[in-house]
Design a protein around this ligand. Structure first.
Ligand SMILES: NC(=O)c1ccc[n+]([C@@H]2O[C@H](COP(=O)([O-])OP(=O)(O)OC[C@H]3O[C@@H](n4cnc5c(N)ncnc54)[C@H](OP(=O)(O)O)[C@@H]3O)[C@@H](O)[C@H]2O)c1
Length: 329
């Protein structure tokens, strides 16, 4: 294996059981991971926390995932310091972004081993923090906006759409990608983020705590062709009256009721369909290009030094982040 400065041990954050939130995170000194032949060793510069990381700790995939002790976080950007013998695209010194496999994760550490197949180059001019925000959130949104027929080559005619929780990690990318696709966007968020969401391009921003916002009503009274739902609390019964006659909800944060609705509405004119992230690295390259071209921006809620990773965890758990929560190494 080619090496470029591998220390023997590294700092990492891990937990050893379900639950416990940020208090259960332990700072440890452990061996730097060894590489399989198709893997690269990344010196992590930035990692972003997703709600799913916290839900896995809560036992979302119990009893299969995770195996303890577990180093959480899947979205990382950094520099390659070692490559496996079968790695073809990358060399030591390359800056990259990885979407680590969720049941292995390992991103909340100084170094992580990532398969070449889940790693893409970090374009020049894009910061590690901006890139680390993208893998799970950006790809999920891209999948959702593709599902509503969004075109990014300027030829899209655009639909009338609603995006819920536009201030979140997912929602903030959703507004921007939807506008790139020429949609007319109404977005919901809290009062403190109305200006931010308008700045991202939303045609109208609704405070979800007002009666109009809770009723999802835009000022024109026009119904939505699509609703991209990114809140766990969004209910099909609340969305249905706001949809046009053949409207559809694309739900990236489905609760149990909305899973049921996705089946019950299969043959209805108004539908709800769920999104489970399945896009790959080509799509991540596409998103990174948009960031490089300044067409897409990672909204960063907060940056936390590695020593304060527990604060980042706490912020993500709160459900009140504005954009992405980043840990810098
Ligand atoms: N399907 C998939 O593959 C997939 C992938 C990634 C994520 N997800 C899911 O998508 C959801 C969103 O993720 P995220 O990273 O965007 O979460 P997030 O960053 O934690 O979202 C927090 C934001 O949501 C806002 N918010 C909360 N409830 C709201 C409501 N009822 N109306 C409007 N805004 C509301 C909050 O505003 P205030 O602070 O003002 O309340 C806050 O700014 C999560 O449930 C996540 O698990 C799914």
């Amino acid at each position: 294996m080619a090496t470029g400065g591998r220390p023997t041990t590294m700092r990492a954050v891990q937990y050893s059981g379900y639950g416990g939130g940020s208090a259960a995170l332990k700072y440890v000194e452990i061996p730097v991971p060894s590489l399989k032949k198709g893997e690269v060793l990344i010196k992590v510069e930035a990692a972003s926390i997703n709600p799913a990381d916290c839900r896995i700790q809560k036992g979302l995939l119990r009893p299969f995932v995770p195996q303890f002790p577990f180093i959480p976080v899947t979205d990382v950007a950094g520099e390659i310091v070692e490559v496996g013998s079968a790695v073809q695209e990358f060399k030591v010194g390359d800056k990259v972004v990885s979407k680590l496999i969720f049941w292995k994760a390992g991103g909340l550490a100084e170094y992580v081993a990532a398969s070449e197949s889940i790693t893409v180059p970090l374009p020049a001019g894009v910061s590690s923090a901006d890139a680390a925000g993208l893998p799970v959130a950006g790809l999920t949104v891209l999948q959702a906006v593709k599902a509503i027929g969004t075109k990014f080559d300027g030829t899209g005619v655009g639909s009338n759409i609603l995006i819920t929780a536009a201030s979140g990690g997912i929602g903030s990318y959703a507004v921007q990608l939807a506008k790139l696709g020429n949609h007319n966007v109404t977005a919901t968020c809290g009062a403190r983020n109305l200006e931010l969401v308008a700045d991202m391009g939303a045609d109208e921003a609704l405070d979800y705590k007002t009666p109009e916002g809770a009723a999802l009503k835009n000022s024109s009274g026009k119904k939505y062709d699509y609703i991209v739902n990114t809140t766990n609390g969004g209910k099909w019964s609340a969305f249905k009256p706001s949809l046009s006659s053949h409207g559809r909800v694309v739900d990236v944060a489905p609760n149990f009721g909305n899973f049921v609705a996705s089946i019950l509405t299969l043959f209805s004119k108004k539908k709800l369909s769920t999104v489970i992230l399945s896009l790959g690295m080509e799509d991540l390259r596409f998103l990174l290009e948009l960031v490089k071209e300044r067409k897409l921006k990672t909204v960063i809620d907060s940056r936390h030094p590695f020593e304060k990773a527990a604060d980042a965890w706490e912020k993500s758990l709160s459900g009140h982040a504005t954009g992405k929560v980043i840990v810098g190494m």
